[in-house]
Design a protein around this ligand. Structure first.
Ligand SMILES: Nc1nc2c(ncn2[C@@H]2O[C@H](COP(=O)(O)OP(=O)(O)OP(=O)(O)O)[C@@H](O)[C@H]2O)c(=O)[nH]1
Length: 865
């Protein structure tokens, strides 16, 4: 037998066997040396028993020491001691071995470890070790069988000294510090080595864990679902979970009942105008953000809460496989009209009158408003501290009166120009010491134009110069005859300063209100008028709304002008919060998305969608109207409008240089035979055309005729903006002729005057040869020799009309002088220029060529301003 065969038989390495053989006195040269039978027997006897005992030991160890720690402290100590006496094994060898063992599987881990222990332990008599271990093994055997055997975790396996690390802790727990009682120094050294090795192992394990994580399968579906659910919740809409995923989720969760698989909400969605992007996204089961993105790609920048364009909605819905049906339900203004028609005033009850105060400058409008308010606050009837919200309510013997506290006819007319009628009764204030003045007359005309009854308050009766009869007389001339004199105008003598006559005035207001039978139905959805609006720093846009019918509640959906929203809060004129406001009650409304205009209608609608849709429709219409330009009546298109049946009456505002001319013109106009339209002179006045005149005309769809006067620059600009036709004449016949021609459709707007510029006369001086020259400053535009003519204006009244004489800068004649420069001007055949006069230069543009030039209109005076 050869040495290597014997080694194989013994399970030893050749290099291990050879020294053993030498020790036994068997001479061998190499692993291939031959051995005789005797030698083999001796060796088998000596070494074979050792190998067997090792096997026996390993067999006895199997699974025992590892799975069950000894409960005997002695045993532990013994083993610890034994380990301490062991020659510390070479860590690398051990690791190789352990790795190998790990590969063999967890089942025989304990056995392998035992074997390893045996292999590395110093050769000790087989019996002694077996006896040291056997009792422990034996005592634990049953326990192991009873206990469920779990493969120990790798940490246990990698421990180089598993026996030493045995603790009271269950095995599944990672190895803690070894519970060795008073370990000797050697043991400590071993433990140190062990811990280094453990560390290495642990880091390896950690790396493995990491790798595991990296290789980890992609997010599970449940996680995906959770994420999307979160997203959807964030959008406040569970239905927004993408269709695909919802399907997946349904399959996953309900696979037991496949019939419940959720499909996209609807194959076809019904859309009505005004649906918001968010609502649309819900309908088609998409996220609003995705819809917004799609819209952006189409070039439409909208937010979640804006309404979606129906065409765009159809395209997007199709992309997601849903069809769009456009609802044919009534929309927008049509819906509003329907609501207005269907709900009559069946439950109408009396409502407080709404009063506006008008009058001439300084006649005491503000004083009167304040006096009434303060008296009532003092009496405790107004309910505490009042604040300015544009209107207030006062109580009079259990009844109420609402005052709009922006005095003056400008506000009144501006509101009316917007088609709004807020006022039921006008209080005309006339100062007893001053009498009827131009603005008093204007106010009378404004009130008449609006069809609002007047009550005259003759103020300042406390003043020594007060002459009440004179005031009454003057008023009679304007059609206001006091009741005692046989007329029907209520006149009350008051003193705002001394607060006298106020109660009587309030009584008269209530009396007038009774006559008017002002009623409204508080049970309807509210409708009101914006009387003031502002942007408050803290509270955002605020509008004071005068409720005209119905009751306004907090939370109502409204539309005002081009805005829509929900009423967030209501604040009364006393500064207190309210939950609702009935007819004739002014309240501040908070919750508007923007600042509306005074005069805008404030309408409550059934829901926000309708409100939004109406607001957008209005915005669109307004844009179209803006593009189309102003749509007021003018002489140019009067005939066309008559033909269309749009005009039944032509109101006229007449302004002239002197009262005589104004009256003569008015009388002539009123005497004109009534054709298809009735001519009505609604206001005559003396002086230049003012902004108020233009506003009045705009509110009444009237035209303005100026006789020998010019509009003030601001009024001209306003007329341009509002589309009010202002015609200027210097011959009454021309004016009448134009009106007649316009009514018959014969007026042809062939020539139009265009003002080039204005120069103000600063100083007059005489120059030899040239005569009297006006030293002027060009205030706007240009003064040019190319002008057809010039007009001399004194306080907006035309004092002369002719041609430009000379135009000079210093001593040179020039063609034109621009705005901002000084020049010397003479007007042909006119030597009466005065400092302060305005010299206006104009040209006449030909608008259309005519086959047969009319013989009228050649004079510049008869052309449009
Ligand atoms: N003596 C006396 N003075 C009064 C009375 N009412 C008003 N005044 C005075 O008349 C002046 C003008 O009063 P306001 O109330 O400002 O008149 P108003 O019409 O509002 O004036 P405007 O706002 O400029 O149009 C003030 O100096 C008041 O004190 C009154 O009853 N008696």
């Amino acid at each position: 037998m050869r040495v290597y065969e014997l080694a194989k038989q013994l399970g030893m390495e050749n290099r291990e066997l050879i020294p053993e053989l030498k020790r036994l006195g068997i001479p061998v040269a190499s692993h291939s040396s031959a051995l005789d039978d005797d030698s083999v027997r001796v060796v088998l006897e000596k070494l074979g028993s050792k190998a067997r005992s090792g096997e026996a030991v390993s067999g006895g160890h199997e699974g025992k020491k590892m799975v069950r720690p000894s409960k005997e402290p002695g045993a532990s100590h013994e083993r610890g001691h034994a380990a301490a006496h062991e020659e510390p094994p070479k860590p690398d060898k051990k690791r190789i071995l352990i790795k190998k063992k790990r590969e063999e599987g967890a089942e025989d881990v304990a056995a392998s470890l035992a074997a390893a222990e045996a292999a590395f332990a110093p050769v000790v008599p087989a019996g002694s070790e077996a006896s040291a271990v056997a009792p422990v093994a034996g005592s634990d055997a049953e326990a192991i069988e009873a206990a469920p055997v779990e493969p120990p975790p790798s940490e246990e396996v990698v421990s180089p000294t598993p026996v030493v690390t045995v603790s009271e802790e269950p095995l599944v727990k990672p190895v803690q510090a070894p519970q060795v009682t008073a370990p000797p120094l050697d043991a400590l050294a071993a433990a140190k080595k062990k811990s280094a090795a453990t560390e290495a192992m642990e880091s390896e394990a950690a790396a493995r864990e990491k790798l595991k994580k990296v290789k980890k399968a992609p997010r599970t579906r449940e996680e995906d679902e959770a994420k999307f659910k979160n997203d959807a919740t964030r959008w406040g809409d569970l239905r927004a979970i993408p269709v695909q995923r919802r399907e997946d989720r349904s399959k996953h969760i309900h696979h037991a009942s496949p019939s419940e698989v959720t499909k996209p909400r609807k194959k076809s969605v019904k859309l009505s105008a005004g649906v918001s992007v968010k609502e649309f996204a819900e309908l088609i089961g998409q996220r609003p953000a995705d819809v917004v993105r799609k819209l952006m790609e189409m070039g439409q920048m909208v937010t979640f809460n804006q309404s979606i364009n129906l065409e765009a909605a159809s395209l997007i819905a199709e992309e997601y496989g849903a069809k769009v049906e456009v609802s044919t339900e009534k929309i927008g203004e049509a819906l509003l009209e329907e609501a207005a028609q269907s709900t009559g005033e069946e439950h109408a009850v009396l409502r407080p009158p709404v009063v506006t105060i008008m009058g001439h400058v300084d006649h005491g409008k503000t004083s009167l408003l304040d006096a009434i308010r303060l008296t009532k606050v003092a009496e405790g009837e107004a309910g505490g501290i009042t604040q300015h919200i544009g209107a207030y309510i006062v109580g009079v013997r259990g009844k109420q009166v609402t005052f709009l506290d922006t005095p003056g006819h400008e506000a009144f007319t501006a509101m009316r120009a917007r088609g709004a009628k807020a006022t039921d009764i006008v209080i005309l204030v006339v100062a007893a010491d001053d009498g009827v003045m131009p603005q008093t007359v204007e106010a009378i005309h404004h009130a008449k134009a609006a069809g609002v009854p007047l009550i005259v308050a003759i103020n300042k009766v406390d003043k020594p110069g007060a002459n009440i009869d004179r005031v009454k007389n003057a008023l009679t001339e304007h059609g206001l005859v006091p009741e005692p004199w046989g007329g029907d105008t209520i006149m009350v003598e008051v003193s705002a300063k001394q607060r006298t006559g106020l109660d009587q005035l309030l009584e008269m207001i209530l009396l007038q209100a009774e006559v008017l039978e002002l009623k409204a139905d508080p049970s309807r959805m509210a409708k009101g008028l914006v009387i003031e609006a502002k942007l408050d720093r803290g509270r955002g846009p605020i509008a004071t709304v005068l409720v005209q019918s119905g009751t306004l509640h907090v939370g109502d959906a409204f539309v005002v002008g081009n805005f829509s929203g929900r009423v967030r809060a209501l604040i009364t004129d006393t500064g207190s919060k309210a939950t609702e406001a009935g007819p004739s009650v002014p309240v501040e409304v908070i919750g508007l998305p923007g600042v509306p205009s005074a005069g805008d209608l404030f309408t409550i609608v059934k829901d926000e969608r309708v409100a939004r849709e109406i607001a957008q429709e209005r915005a669109m219409k307004q844009r179209a109207a803006d593009l189309a330009g102003p749509a007021k009546v003018s002489l140019d298109d009067l005939f066309a409008k008559i033909q269309e049946g749009n005009v039944k009456e032509l109101p006229i505002v007449i302004k002239a240089d002197v009262q005589g001319s104004a009256e003569a013109l008015a009388a002539a106009v009123e005497k004109m035979p009534a054709g298809a339209v009735k001519l009505r002179v609604m206001h005559t006045g003396v002086g230049g055309i003012t902004e108020t005149d233009v506003l009045l005309a705009a509110a009444s769809k009237a035209i303005v005729i100026g006789f020998n006067i010019r509009p003030e620059p601001k009024a001209a600009a306003l007329a341009e903006r509002e589309g009010v036709d202002v015609r200027l004449y210097s011959i009454i016949y021309d004016a009448l002729n134009d009106i007649r021609a316009a009514m018959e459709g014969l007026l042809e707007p062939t020539l139009k005057e265009r003002v080039l510029g204005r120069a103000e006369v600063r100083q007059m001086f005489t120059i030899p040869k040239a005569g009297l020259v006006a030293g002027c400053y060009v205030v706007d535009g240009v003064i040019s020799r190319a002008s057809v003519g010039v007009r001399v204006l004194r306080d907006s009244v035309v004092v002369y009309e002719g041609k430009l004489g000379s135009l000079r800068r210093f001593k040179d004649d020039v063609r034109e002088v621009q705005q901002g420069y000084e020049c010397g001007i003479t007007v042909e055949n006119f030597n009466d220029l005065k400092a302060g006069d305005i010299i206006e230069a104009y040209v006449v543009d030909k608008i259309a060529a005519k086959l047969e030039p009319a013989n009228r209109g050649t004079s510049p005076q008869s052309h449009r301003a």
